[in-house]
Write a protein that binds this ligand. Structure first.
Ligand SMILES: Nc1nc2c(c(=O)[nH]1)N[C@H]1C(S)=C(S)[C@@H](COP(=O)(O)OP(=O)(O)OC[C@H]3O[C@@H](n4cnc5c(=O)[nH]c(N)nc54)[C@H](O)[C@@H]3O)O[C@H]1N2
Ligand SMILES: Nc1nc2c(c(=O)[nH]1)N[C@H]1C(S)=C(S)[C@@H](COP(=O)(O)OP(=O)(O)OC[C@H]3O[C@@H](n4cnc5c(=O)[nH]c(N)nc54)[C@H](O)[C@@H]3O)O[C@H]1N2
Ligand code: SF4
Ligand SMILES: [Mo]
Length: 767
């Protein structure tokens, strides 16, 4: 297991500092939230302790801030993982410090003032709207926005400009979970909370490497599992990971066979009479149709399709049937699929069938990936939704938002805007006149990266608003805007369990970087919408936003910056009158009524369709992709932290010994991986952790960080027809051994001047 840094070891890090705490400290630690994953751990940030000098306001601005877990944060109780613990090391490195412009991608950037950059963007928007209409404007944002950033972007794009072309990287992430919740329950919103990790008697983890990607959630679950021998832990993943290590049952299914498995479990529960008929009768609809589908999933067939043993399948069903409180956790192994929504709904079916919902220790719990992807959902940050868990297609919802925004009726378009991949297609077809990217790095993270890059090359005007430079996407930008990041702006973030945390600015910069919401608001004012963006602070923005959540499932009308600053993190729902939300709001649907027309939750009936691109004789292996414990996505921060680079120095391909033997590949040997769209070269890691027929590659190495190891050079853009989330977890590949030892290649890499820690130089030479 990884070393999780708990309160004790954090204290050790700060022991010298704490010794003289009383005498010398003049600045109290700032409480905030970790800006990496959706676990949302509370952090305390301290100004640097300079040797022999007291800590004063003067030391604010020193790069080496100290970070430790906040013991009072309800979600993490003082724990942090390596990413949170090292975050301060990345704050000053390779920052984008001035706005830059160029007319075409073959020109060098020139530094400009903020005024010039913002005027240029406003002018371009006006021109494009006049010539092509508002639907030629696209903004592509991120779950790493604060809620205020998200909210102002919606007001500008969907309200003032009248196009719903705002989408976020969450489309690649949890949009299948959103769609599944909406269709099954009538609303988005994960019904469970982290306390359920310590209350459950059966944790069902499917398509999630929780130990590496949501470490503190896993830590809480693992402690409970270790302490209580009757508690079961089931993990469904084609790979053995740190998450599967102590599981009571690891089902290493073939990629893409989750629906077979879930329907197979339901088939057995039905056969064994292990379902909650009272719950089904009183609280749900659609069971009969679901039961009919289940006939086609007898255990022998399911076990064969999934590539597992019948007795293991039966064991999983038995655990489900015999447990009183089943908690499912899932993330990208489920969501990133061409049948992602169907998978989510099929998980929810099991909960509805067994009444495992709205009570302690039970529920279908989607783990959000990014620190504020949940806030994005609340603020309407996808192209088909509006603030307050509303949907674009609903005329009443549009009207309610227009009223708060003081816009004439009909200002918000009734048509959902372009989803992430459709924006790329729009660029390809030259239908997009302004592509504005903020807090995401699509030149690495989108599927089919060569196609994505050639679409980006066709863009007449791309704005890239990021905290760091270079990034892979900056190479395709006409305008670069330096964004203030975590600790440099004040705003709000919501974690996976609906806990809302105030994240204040705690450090001053020596350059002029701006909060994302301020940039959007300033462009809005330059477009003539002065009144709409007349905000003096992010607290005012938040006040307007929470009004739009009133009486909705995600009611946060009782929250404000002031209350969150004074009282600490608060879980929603938190209506205006709610004095003690921590007591009342832990779980949703405790009354077993759902926000659907008839108050009932809906069963769905989906047959398994399998992978969008199944293996075939030419491309016989399935490539799956994912994350490593230390790195964060495209490495903009973690690639600049030596400790983490040391932990995961290079990309690799996991391959089963049987496949390696067939291809005559040796450990560490470099291989070329090919799909129908592109190729990558990387060393093989031979391991039984991966099932035969499947290979795994981490997603973290974009063009800046390694030569030819881009995972998305291989992936395809087929999406789930309901959530429009791409199937980033599976594509068909072939492997060609390169007959080149790892050592030889390392020498070569050095000669080509590539160095993990000097990405700047790499991009510089490319321009
Ligand atoms: N260390 C670290 N933590 C992170 C992040 C990070 O970059 N680094 N990113 C954050 C974000 S935004 C996200 S979305 C989350 C993602 O968190 P996770 O979803 O846990 O991470 P992944 O590694 O993408 O994928 C999870 C697992 O899905 C499995 N899988 C692949 N195909 C299938 C399948 O067909 N069925 C099933 N059942 N499983 C399959 C993979 O083998 C993998 O182990 O992590 C968050 N936390
Ligand atoms: N093959 C494959 N592809 C995948 C995935 C996968 O599992 N497999 N996972 C998908 C998922 S789930 C996700 S979430 C995406 C993630 O992919 P991306 O969103 O592209 O990855 P990040 O590296 O997190 O990019 C965030 C950028 O925002 C910048 N940034 C940080 N804070 C701020 C801020 O406050 N303001 C601004 N303006 N910029 C800021 C950072 O410097 C960084 O460049 O990748 C997706 N792509
Ligand atoms: S578990 Fe997630 S939120 Fe917590 S410290 Fe690690 S990266 Fe940050
Ligand atoms: Mo994500």
């Amino acid at each position: 297991m990884f070393s999780i840094i708990g309160p004790r070891s954090c204290d050790a890090d700060f022991s010298i500092f704490n010794l003289s705490f009383k005498r010398r400290i003049m600045v109290a630690p700032t409480k905030t939230l970790c800006p990496y994953c959706g676990v949302g751990c509370g952090l305390e940030v301290l100004p640097p302790a300079l040797p022999g000098k007291p800590v004063t306001r003067d030391s604010l601005g020193n790069p080496m801030w100290q970070v430790r877990g906040d013991r009072n944060h309800p979600s993490s109780k003082g724990q942090v993982c390596v990413k949170g613990a090292t975050i301060a090391e990345s704050l000053e490195k390779d920052r984008l410090k001035v706005p830059m412009i160029r007319d075409s991608l073959d020109q060098p950037f020139r530094e400009v003032t903020w005024d010039e950059a913002l005027d240029r963007i406003a002018l371009q928007i006006k021109k494009v709207v006049a010539a092509q209409g508002p639907d030629a404007i696209c903004m592509y944002g991120s779950g790493q926005f604060q809620t205020e950033d998200y909210y102002i972007a919606q007001k500008l794009i969907k309200g003032c400009l009248g196009t719903n072309n705002f989408d976020a990287n969450s489309r690649l992430c949890m949009s299948s979970a959103v769609a599944g919740y909406i269709q099954s329950f009538g609303s988005d919103g994960p019904p469970a909370c982290y306390d359920d990790l310590e209350e459950t008697d059966c944790a069902f983890l499917i398509g999630t490497n929780t130990a590496e990607c949501h470490p503190i959630v896993f830590n809480r679950l693992q402690k409970h599992h270790k302490k209580n021998r009757n508690v079961k832990l089931i993990v469904v993943d084609p790979r053995a990971t740190s998450t599967t290590k102590n599981a009571d049952l690891h089902l290493a299914i073939k990629p893409g066979t989750d629906i077979n498995l879930l329907n197979g479990i339901a088939h057995l529960l039905l056969r064994w009479n292990k379902f909650d008929s009272l719950f089904i009768d009183e609280c749900t609809a659609g069971f009969a149709t679901f039961a009919k589908v289940l006939k086609d999933y007898p255990p022998e067939l399911v076990a064969r399709d999934c590539g597992i043993r019948v007795d293991d399948l039966e064991k999983a069903a038995r655990y489900w049937g015999e447990s009183k409180k089943v908690l499912s956790l899932w993330s990208m192994g489920i969501n990133q699929s061409s049948e992602g929504t169907a998978k989510v709904r099929t998980i929810i079916n099991l909960h509805l069938m067994t009444g495992n919902l709205g009570k302690p220790g039970a529920g279908p719990f989607s783990l959000t990936g990014q620190p504020n992807a949940m806030g994005g959902r609340e603020a309407g940050g996808l192209s088909h939704i509006l603030p307050g868990y509303r949907v674009v297609k609903n005329p009443e919802h549009r009207q309610e938002v227009e009223q708060v925004w003081r816009l004439p009726e009909g200002s918000i378009s009734p048509n959902p805007g372009l989803a992430a991949w459709d924006m790329i297609v729009g660029l390809e077809q030259r239908k997009v006149g302004v592509f504005w990217v903020a807090a995401t790095n699509p030149a690495v993270s989108m599927p089919d990266i060569e196609r994505t890059k050639s679409a980006l090359r066709k863009s007449p005007f791309t704005v890239c608003q990021d905290a760091y430079y270079p990034t892979e996407t900056a190479e395709f930008a006409h305008v670069l805007l330096p964004a203030a990041q975590w600790g440099e702006k004040t705003g709000i973030m919501t974690n996976s369990e609906r806990v809302v945390t105030y994240c204040p600015k705690f450090r001053n910069l020596t350059w002029d970087a701006r909060a994302d919401w301020e940039i959007f608001a300033e462009v809005g004012r330059r477009l003539g919408y002065e009144a709409a963006f007349d905000f003096e602070s992010s607290a005012e923005v938040y006040d307007e936003f929470v009004r739009l959540t009133q009486n909705r499932v995600c009611d946060m009308a009782g929250l404000s910056h002031e209350r969150l600053r004074n009282q600490g993190p608060i879980q929603w729902p938190c209506p205006e009158w709610e004095m003690n939300p921590q007591q009342s709001g832990k779980r949703l649907y405790t009354d077993q009524r759902f926000p659907t027309a008839d108050g009932r939750a809906k069963f769905s009936a989906f047959h398994a369709k399998g992978l969008a691109e199944p293996p075939d004789p030419e491309f016989p292996l399935v490539l799956t992709t994912g994350r490593l414990y230390g790195h964060w996505h495209t490495q903009s921060r973690t690639g600049r932290i030596p400790k983490i680079v040391k932990m995961h120095p290079e990309p690799f391909l996991e391959i089963h010994p049987r496949d390696a033997q067939k291809l005559e590949i040796e450990e560490g040997e470099w291989v070329e991986l090919r799909s129908r769209r592109g190729q990558a070269k990387l060393p093989a890691q031979i391991t039984k952790a991966i099932s035969p027929g499947t290979v795994f590659m981490p997603m973290h190495w974009g063009a800046l960080w390694a030569d030819d190891a881009e995972v998305n050079a291989l992936t395809h853009p087929a999406v789930c027809p309901i959530s429009l989330e791409p199937e980033l977890k599976a594509c068909a590949v072939q492997i060609i051994p390169l007959r080149k030892s790892r050592e030889q290649s390392a020498v070569q890499a050095q000669e080509s001047g590539k160095n993990n820690l000097s990405a700047s130089a790499a991009l510089g030479s490319r321009r």
